[in-house]
Design a protein around this ligand. Sequence first.
Ligand code: ZN
Length: 247
Amino acid sequence: MRYLVLTDIHANLEALDAVLADARVRGYAKTLVLGDLVGYGADPNAVVERVRALAPAAIVRGNHDKVACGLEQADGFNTVAKSAARWTLDVLTPEYRQWLAALPEGPIDVDDTVQICHGSPFDEDAYIFDELDAVRALKVATRPLCLFGHTHYPMTFELSAETFDSAGPATAGEAQLELKPGSKYLVNPGSVGQPRDGDPRAAYAIVDTDHRSVELIRLKYSIEDAQSKVIRAGLPEVLAQRLAIGR
Ligand code: ZN
């Protein structure tokens, strides 16, 4: 099975459309979505519409989805995230708000190889940044490949019977990973709509369970268009600025 893996789209329609066009050329059969469809960007309704049309084989909610649909308060958010969440709650159609509110909590076992979650398999809102977090996650992961998002950093951790390796942020962009038998992997494809690893290009992944491979892909998109929509929507300007620097 070839899966298109999307996470942290954050209402960035320009980035999502570029990724979908690129993925169509590469080919995939099913889609997995790891949460944070909305929040920060100017197109929450259009992004929800696109994702629904993809009919994902599995999808989990993110922390921004929970706040944007009123399921949770924005208590843990900073001022900018809070004001974006309030804006998103206002503009989302009632239908899409309900759809977001009904998204399941992770983790979800997709098949014999793949498990998905938003933050981590032990807590949907936890951040996995370092090896300590990663080991904890890998120990509770129920499948050889656990896909996660939330940090907006493309990252790969491998746990084999003997060693533990961590490949840091894939700043070079594209990476190809072969899944070795007996090892467990924790992979973050990076964020479609708001990368934070210093590379402003959209990030996504294609997982091929037959070939036991993971492709981490970076893609240029029209950042200027996404930025001007953020400004025109009256969202905090810093949300437009950060798209250009990938922070
Ligand atoms: Zn996010």
